[in-house]
Design a protein around this ligand. Sequence first.
Ligand SMILES: Cc1ncc(COP(=O)(O)O)c(C=O)c1O
Length: 437
Amino acid sequence: MEGPSGQAGSVLSGDPIAGSAVYPLGSRVNAAGHLEVAGCDLVELAEEHGTPAYVYAEDDLRARARAYRDAFESRGADYAVVYASKAFPCTAAYRLFAEEGLSVDVASGGELHMALRAGFDPARIVMHGNNKTDEEILAAARAGIGLLVLDSFDEIERCERLLEEPRPVLIRVTPGIKPSTHDYITTGQLDSKFGFGLADGLAARAVERVLGSDVLELVGLHAHIGSQIFELEPYRLAIRALGEIAGEWCRVVDVGGGLGVAYGEEDEPPSIDAYVDVKVRGVAEVFGPGVRIMVEPGRSLVANAGVTIYRVGTVKEVPGIRTYVAVDGGMSDNLRPMLYGSRYEAVLADRAAEDPETLVTIAGMHCESGDVLVRDALLADPAVGDVVVTPATGAYGHAMASNYNGVLRPPVIFCRDGHSRVVVRRETYEDLTGRDV
Ligand SMILES: Cc1ncc(COP(=O)(O)O)c(C=O)c1O
């Protein structure tokens, strides 16, 4: 396996998958004409583990974590790469990123619990959330987490009431930068439920307030300006904006996540190296030496490392309008198309070498007309029983999965060198009634 910019070779000349930035590293069409991820034939995986299932290339996850670390190391920066675990929260992922030397961002008591259970060093945990409960704040303090990120004046008061010992904190700032991404995933603009605004003076007031606190030790600032961002300039602007309220006390600058990924072949996000470069330079320019830079990547660590496999159950032609290919999952395993209008690609794993010439709509099995995974997909004449693969589903798929329509949430399967292992099992019908009293 090569680094994030390289791919394993293919047995086919003109293999459309090998070398694609959309698929996990090492994906290819194998000699059987099947799609293969990390040496595992996806048709065989579908037989063995059933569908739908989330399939990840373990080496891909590790390579991206290393790419982040290498980018900082090569620039001699004092840094922490903080995995934004909301993107893909499961024990195996927490454990893998802990092994790769990353820190972790948790945004709830549940994520905190999972990170600790997976063995994360509490000192490497950063806790977010715009409405942390008393219990969550106390659990974080008792665990001895590294940093708490303050999000509101109510929370400052709550922490002062609850905390018995001084704790290092960051203040989350909304710097008023609005990158050109989907409005729903833009969080750094002034009209936001997150953090303290800069332009309205609330961030400066929060700094003053926390500097006067006995139990909250202000060590730095945080800004996350949005997600799936393809431009680098907004980060530079956000860092400059943070500089407006920083003082001697500012030893840590956490510049959030946000790096976009390729959901389709036409998407060309900046590299991890270019993203880190702009942040390292920006922090050095504005804050000078000796300040620790933190980044919080979620999507860019996990999205392209994962694919989802489904089985086709029906193919229904609505004459003159469209052909619906219905699969055995949908909005319960990938909510993003319905939530954000996100686009995905699709391919048939069992006929991956054939020309995809049939225009179809890939629909889920839920009782919603909007339950459409891919509106216009070109597939190789799909039929009942085919295995459909949607790539780039490694982020916010498993994380946002639900039991809508009594559907069982899919397993998560890690693949490496031709071997697969289940790291999250498929739910059972018993699980569905397990909480009912
Ligand atoms: C505070 C914070 N940090 C990091 C992230 C991760 O962002 P991304 O997945 O775009 O890297 C998010 C995502 O919403 C976030 O809210």
